[in-house]
Design a protein around this ligand. Structure first.
Ligand code: NAP
Ligand code: GLV
Length: 306
């Protein structure tokens, strides 16, 4: 069996070594134009040429959860496309979102400022019942985040395409229930895939439906946000702040107003990193399952966009 590695932005050597150790029977090689035909591939933002030259691929495994970089590509019709399912990302996402939420809710930035000025002063506590946290996207990552937020006893709401039933989470589904969901939230966490339906979803219309003093945590994709709408709602005071991990252009351009906005906390797309060992273990298991004719989970539906 031949496995090709086509992740142009990543250092290939540790991946090749890990794959060879996990699947000693496989011939593993980095992809380059003209490479021998492979049975399977690990991909992250591959060029169109990769799929054009590998029409025989049985399956391509995206080494991230989001497949938006693959949506514009023509993938050979017989190639199964699978994405990463958790592989160590869900717990990272849970800790990132809980950190951002609690940092804001407990006013840790204000305390840091006060203490740096030598001011010993307690602030009035907030009531968590007044801080419902809504999670857009109740997939592998959204569900794990919902569970983590619920453990801190915040009211938790969730919104997805299809109806879900999750203990401790008030679930909403579809466009018809979006406004009811948004108006019941004070904190909004975006964990949607980026698709034609979800692009620009964090816009003026939707964000202004959040409760006054709302807070936005975007850990999905930058193109979910209409940047100017978010800035306007922060400046008007309707939103109290935002924590943003993902951006339209990455790295975030120097001149972007997000860099210097006092109500915005930024991180460089690190909320849930792809972990090499866990990723290789998951994909190696899926390749073996596929070779034995078993159905794979985490298959991407290109029509649906995730
Ligand atoms: P997933 O398991 O596919 O879950 C996607 C969720 O979004 C599902 O609940 C789905 O609804 C819902 N959804 C999709 N389209 C929708 C729509 N039009 N309206 C309402 N709900 C919709 O994905 P995941 O593994 O949780 O990952 C989610 C995203 O996180 C990825 O696509 C990626 O962009 C992002 N991510 C970011 C980082 C980072 O470091 N910043 C790391 C990993 C992932 P159904 O349940 O009804 O299908
Ligand atoms: C990272 O952003 C991913 O989609 O896994």
């Amino acid at each position: 069996m031949r496995i090709s590695f086509c992740c142009p932005s990543m250092e290939s050597q540790p991946w090749l070594e890990g794959l060879r150790a996990a699947l000693p029977q496989a011939e593993v090689a980095p992809w380059a134009s003209g490479a021998a035909p492979a049975d399977y591939a690990l991909v992250w933002a591959p060029p169109q040429q990769f799929f054009d030259e590998q029409p025989q691929l049985k399956a391509a495994f995206n080494i991230g959860a989001g497949v938006d970089a693959l949506l514009p590509l023509r993938v050979p019709s017989k190639t199964v496309l699978a994405r990463l399912e958790d592989a160590g990302m869900a717990v990272q996402m849970a800790e990132y979102v809980c950190h951002a939420l609690i940092r804001h809710f407990r006013e840790f930035d204000a305390y840091a400022e006060q203490m740096s000025l030598g001011q010993w002063q307690a602030r009035a506590p907030h009531m968590r019942a007044d801080w419902p946290v809504g999670i857009m996207g109740l997939g592998v990552l959204g569900k794990r985040v919902a569970k983590a937020v619920a453990a801190f006893e915040f009211p938790v709401l969730g919104w997805s395409r299809s109806q879900h039933a999750i203990e401790g989470v008030r679930c909403y589904a579809g466009q018809a229930q979006l406004d009811d969901f948004l108006s019941a939230c004070k904190v909004l966490v975006c964990l949607l895939p980026l698709t034609p339906d979800t692009r620009d979803i964090l816009n003026q219309r939707n964000l202004s439906r959040l409760q006054p003093g709302g807070y936005v945590i975007n850990v999905a994709r930058g193109a979910h946000v209409v940047d100017d709408d978010l800035l306007a709602l922060l400046d008007s005071g309707h939103l109290a702040g935002a924590t943003l991990d993902v951006f339209h252009t990455e790295p975030l351009p120097d001149a972007h107003p997000f860099w210097r906005h006092p109500k915005i906390t930024l991180t460089p797309h690190i909320s849930a990193r792809t972990l090499r060992q866990e990723t290789i273990a998951q994909i190696a298991a899926k390749i073996l399952a596929f070779e034995h004719g078993q159905a794979l989970s985490g298959i991407v539906d290109l029509q649906r966009g995730y």
